[in-house]
Design a protein around this ligand. Structure first.
Ligand SMILES: C[S@@+](CC[C@H](N)C(=O)[O-])C[C@H]1O[C@@H](n2cnc3c(N)ncnc32)[C@H](O)[C@@H]1O
Length: 280
């Protein structure tokens, strides 16, 4: 375990999160007893762009039904459930935060995807899987917490089969500039390891991957947050409670975290970037 991991896990822990999510959804009329994976989309895709971003990433992977997919830093399981339902993949998620693993497992059972998805606790930098266990892998908004990108890449290369695709969608640094904390992934700078696309590419190539596509998604990210602000303002104007969203998983200081992130996106310092990598 790296020295930063206990602090990172504490950053993400929110007590009673599953019950809060279910209660918030029930208030909007969702039938919790017959929950569908799509009912959770607004709250269980913990990255910029939500399910639309997951769909666009997955569409570039050429997954076939039954493919064994690894989701590195699987959070509360939204992307894993999406890929299991949309592409028929059998998904294994690994995440550092034990309560997220428990919530992901429970939400998959509640949505009838308990057989297609499984979640285990562990570190992206030391994964408890045998060599060549998976056909493909994804990582969405996790690398910002990983101090060692070469280790991420070599671990992923180890557990992938030759020819396997690794789709990365992380927030990366595009130019110099100070970051203000808290950010959605870090309470302070001791747990934030945002790297440049160059850092990712060189770590990937050293681990045996070739880069087949790269796409910065800064404008998409800015639009995503603008739409979120517009929804919140519209709800406020009509005196309605805003519908449940990512704020639920980001905790009490969600607005501050998002404000700091939006400033870095608008300043061109940070942007989410997609990288599609192929082993060998
Ligand atoms: C912003 S969330 C993204 C979750 C998920 N990928 C998604 O898009 O919904 C970041 C996740 O990375 C996990 N994480 C952070 N460091 C990790 C590590 N060293 N190994 C595995 N997971 C880690 C956190 O516990 C958290 O669930």
């Amino acid at each position: 375990m790296t020295t930063v991991e206990p602090g990172v896990a504490r950053h993400y822990e929110i007590s009673g999160l599953e019950q809060r999510i279910l209660a918030a959804l029930a208030e909007t009329g969702v039938d919790i007893a017959h929950l569908r994976a799509s009912d959770l989309e607004a709250v269980d895709e913990f990255h910029i762009g939500g399910v639309a971003a997951t769909r666009e990433l997955i569409d570039q992977m050429g997954l076939t039904p039954g493919a064994r997919l690894l989701d590195i830093g699987s959070g509360i399981g939204g992307p894993a459930r999406f890929v299991a339902s949309a592409a028929g993949a059998e998904v294994t998620g690994i995440d550092l935060t034990q309560s997220y693993v428990d919530i992901a497992t429970s939400l998959s059972k509640r949505t009838g995807l308990g057989e297609m998805t499984r979640f285990v606790q562990g570190s992206a930098l030391d994964m408890p899987f045998a060599k060549a266990s998976f056909d493909a892998a994804v990582i969405l908004h996790v690398g910002m917490n990983l101090p060692d990108k070469p280790k991420l890449m070599s671990e992923t290369a180890r557990v992938l089969k030759p020819g396997g695709v690794f789709a990365v969608y992380d927030v990366m640094r595009l130019k110099d500039g100070d970051l203000t904390y808290p950010l959605p992934w870090a309470s302070d700078d001791t747990m934030s390891f945002v790297a440049t696309p160059d850092d990712y590419r060189s770590a990937a190539v050293a681990a045996g991957f070739s880069v087949t596509a790269e796409r910065p998604r800064g404008a998409f990210a800015i639009e995503f947050f603008a739409a979120m602000r517009a929804r919140l303002a519209a709800a406020q104007a009509t005196g309605k409670k805003p519908s449940p969203g990512l704020g639920l998983v980001m905790g009490d200081d969600a607005r501050t975290k998002m404000t700091h992130l939006v400033a870095a996106l608008e300043g061109g310092i940070l942007a989410p970037v997609e990288l599609i990598l192929r082993l060998g």
